[in-house]
Design a binder for this molecule. Structure first.
Ligand code: PEP
Ligand code: MG
Length: 758
């Protein structure tokens, strides 16, 4: 097609295809017409369509090759040029076909006459379902314009053949690059097992019409969609609208860059000019980008590619009016949610009964969504690269986050093994539930206090289910994190009162807000909460609360009023020096006096405690302890600061062991000091929720643990089979000698002593 642009070449073909597709003929007749139209338009002697059937590429229609070969010639994936194109999902353009190493001669076709060859994959959901090929007697390469036109036509064909049920069912149903079973690895964010069908948090758009009736109307639709998308992104960046998106700032910046990218919108417009609908044009451009990107193996670019995919999907959703998340549409069956990332509020919108797990491409251990999912008891596997490419909506997924694994479209043996493990887990949970009313007492008679960590209103139910002694850590910032606006004092008070009412006689330790750093609240002054280089070590928790005392005062009032007539337990996070505790306590006392002056009912007592999560505070315990009612060790932050290892860094997640002698010696020094001072000390970090680690803590003399509700059963089983005094003596010896293999020693010891480690 010399002198033609890609747009006009494709347009000419599409106009004619439009009529063919609208006609009431059968699919085979349509394909026969299609090869003629394309062959003519490209002045090619040969035009052929191969489609995937029973795993083989079968010649379905041809102009130019021998008609006897139709439905006879078949090629395996990877066999010959056609097989190569389908397998690699890649275009080939050769002036001399026989020179390609994969060339395979099929005598029945009579193709020996033709020298030049160009073929493009017919792609459906990233997988080749067929090949469209043209051949020429003259040895010449097809030019860029012709290849472009072929690719556009192939896209329209993909819809035609899927609709006509010409290809393998599995492929038509939209399975991914590999329709078979896949096992993917990730990072365990919330432990657990879940079985369900894949649901995309942002559902994929199904394109129904690819060829436009009215090009101008399509152009207007895309203009409007671009406008709307840019507005959305502006809104998200200016407010970082909490809860409506899990995106980070840098992702939003990239979105913005693409949203205003002239090249992108121009390419979409060109695709519309070639006769495609707005939806098909967006998809066509995306397909082309994907093909190009596949040739570049730069991880940084791959990340940007994800951003563009997301944006393209967003544009498609806007243009097709298919907005809303899967939560808004409701889950119809047991589901595993698949997303790039999520906000905590978005997760909370899902029906807890049907949500069996979450698989994320991103995510980290301390992300808000992880903390909320843990509280909801939903297993989460994070950092599963390409999950959205591999999985299709509706695929069966088995999630086993304890094994850092997710099975997509599992085989029967995989399912059986999974189910057996699931049943075992249920059986064990039933055994733990039966222990609900048994006290956590060691073999040598030490009564360990077992409490739960909580943060959401519904978490309180865990107290009755597990038979725990109380709430050892109520993360008050959860309410702030899941709210779209700053929760006013009345709202805070209502939550605290509800929690206290539900807990009854059992104590609830409220931790004042630990926000700032990575837990920024977008509705707070952005200037103050500017991005930090090291958010975990930044302006957060008590540091922020003392500087912004209006927030702390409101929370103090809310807590004191909510606890009227009862004992109020308050704990401060991230205290690094004793004066911070003093200042926070003084602030609470001022509020107490203010309420007393107004003759309102006060708590019967306020017990003040602090978290120990900044190592520096350990050096000052002799000074601080006399002023405290209790101390709670936050091992999550403590270990990240002890090892100088970011707790949310996936590469460091497995590197430092909670049972390393450095941590255990550190904790042992702390318990020696607290013992002497007679101040109760507990642990409320994730470490206490693992049976072996919990055993080691008891072995260091820590007799109060606040853990995730699901861990109460296993930890109680451990306690009830443990001789604490014997372990204490053994551990003191090991630590004194400087043993480096504490995990092994503790495991062997537990085994020999018959301690149940679940
Ligand atoms: C901790 O740091 O161990 C802790 C319990 O607090 P958070 O996980 O909320 O930082
Ligand atoms: Mg902490």
């Amino acid at each position: 097609m010399p002198g033609m642009t890609a747009t006009s070449a494709a347009r000419e073909i599409l106009t004619r295809l439009h009529d063919v597709m609208a006609a009431r003929t059968n699919a085979q007749a349509k394909l026969n017409q299609v090869v003629n139209i394309i062959g003519e338009a490209l002045s090619s002697e040969v035009c052929s369509i191969y489609l995937l059937r029973d795993g083989l590429l079968e010649l379905y229609a041809t102009r130019g090759l021998k008609q006897e070969a139709v439905h006879v010639t078949r090629l395996a994936l990877g066999e010959g040029l056609v097989g190569h194109i389908a397998q690699e999902v890649k275009t080939l353009n050769l002036d001399e076909a026989t020179s390609h190493p994969d060339f395979a001669y099929k005598p029945e076709t009579g193709e020996e006459l033709y020298h030049s060859f160009a073929g493009v994959p017919i792609v459906r959901r990233e997988r080749a379902v067929g090949v469209l090929a043209v051949q020429h007697a003259e040895p010449r390469r097809y030019d860029e314009v012709e290849i472009e036109a072929l690719q556009t036509v192939a896209m329209v064909l993909a819809e035609l053949i899927a609709g006509a049920e010409l290809i393998d069912e599995a492929v038509r149903g939209g399975s991914a690059r590999d329709a078979g079973p896949v096992r993917l690895a990730g990072l365990k964010l919330v432990e657990g097992m879940g079985r369900g069908h894949a649901v995309f948090h942002q559902p994929r758009v199904h394109i129904e019409h690819t060829v436009a009736e009215d090009t101008e109307a399509e152009r207007q639709r895309v203009y409007a969609a671009f406008r709307q998308m840019r507005e959305q992104i502006e809104r998200m960046t200016s407010q970082a609208e909490f809860g409506t998106a899990g995106e980070h700032q840098d992702v939003l910046e990239t979105y913005k860059m693409f949203a205003y990218d002239e090249g992108w919108s121009r390419r979409i417009n060109e695709a519309i000019d070639s006769g495609l609908t707005a939806e098909a044009a967006i998809e066509r451009v995306q397909q082309r980008t994907r093909m190009r990107m596949r040739e570049i193996s730069d991880p940084l670019l791959a990340d940007r590619m994800h951003d563009l995919e997301d944006l393209s999907n967003r544009l498609l959703r806007i243009v097709s009016g298919q907005l809303g998340t899967a939560a808004q549409m409701g889950l119809r069956q047991d589901s595993i949610l698949v997303a790039r990332n999520l906000g905590p509020a978005e997760l909370l919108e899902y029906d807890r009964r049907r949500l069996k797990g979450v698989v994320l491409e991103e995510g980290s251990l301390t992300a808000h969504v992880t903390i909320v999912a843990r509280a909801m008891g939903v297993p989460v596997l994070g950092r599963v690269r390409d999950i959205r490419q591999v999985v299709q909506e509706g695929d069966l997924i088995l999630l086993d986050s304890a094994q850092d694994t997710v099975f997509v479209r599992p085989t029967s043996p995989m399912e059986e093994a999974f189910d057996a493990k699931l049943v075992l887990g249920q059986k064990r949970r039933a055994e733990f539930a039966a222990m609900r009313d048994l006290p956590p007492v060691t073999v040598d008679g030490r009564r360990i206090t077992l409490m739960v960590n909580a943060g959401l209103r519904d978490d309180v139910a865990a107290l009755d289910i597990t038979g725990a002694d109380g709430i050892g850590l109520f993360r008050t910032e959860f309410q702030f994190l899941v709210s779209a606006t700053l929760p006013q004092r009345e709202r805070q008070q209502r939550l605290y009162r509800d929690v206290l009412d539900a807990a009854g006689d059992r104590p609830v330790i409220f931790r004042t807000v630990d926000i700032g750093g990575d837990k920024t609240l977008p509705y707070m002054n952005q200037g103050d909460l500017a991005e930090e280089e090291n958010p975990a070590m930044g302006w957060r928790a008590i540091r922020l609360a003392l500087d912004r005392d209006a927030l702390m005062k409101a929370q103090a009032r809310a807590l004191i009023e909510a606890a009227a007539g009862r004992v109020l337990y308050v704990m401060f996070p991230m205290v690094s020096e004793p004066w911070e505790f003093d200042a926070a306590q003084a602030l609470f006392e001022t509020q107490r006096r203010w309420i007393a002056d107004r003759n309102r009912l006060l708590p019967t007592a306020i017990r003040y405690g602090t978290m120990l999560e900044v190592p520096a505070l350990a050096e000052m315990l002799d000074v601080l302890l006399p002023r405290l009612d209790f101390l709670s060790i936050g091992t999550n932050d403590l270990t990240q600061f002890l090892f100088a290892a970011d707790r949310s860094h996936p590469k460091l997640a497995e590197r430092f062991d909670w049972l390393s002698p450095a941590i255990l010696r550190f904790l042992s020094r702390v318990t020696n000091t607290t013992d002497k001072a007679g101040i109760p000390v507990g642990v409320c970090g994730e470490m206490g929720g693992r049976s072996l680690e919990a055993m080691a803590l008891v072995g260091l003399g820590i007799e109060r643990l606040s853990i995730t509700p699901a861990a109460i059963g296993p930890v109680k089983a451990m306690i009830r089979t443990l001789d604490a005094a014997k372990l204490r003596a053994a551990m003191a010896g090991w630590l004194a000698e400087g043993a480096h293999d504490m995990r092994d020693r503790l495991t062997t010891w537990a085994d020999a002593e018959g301690v149940t480690i679940g």
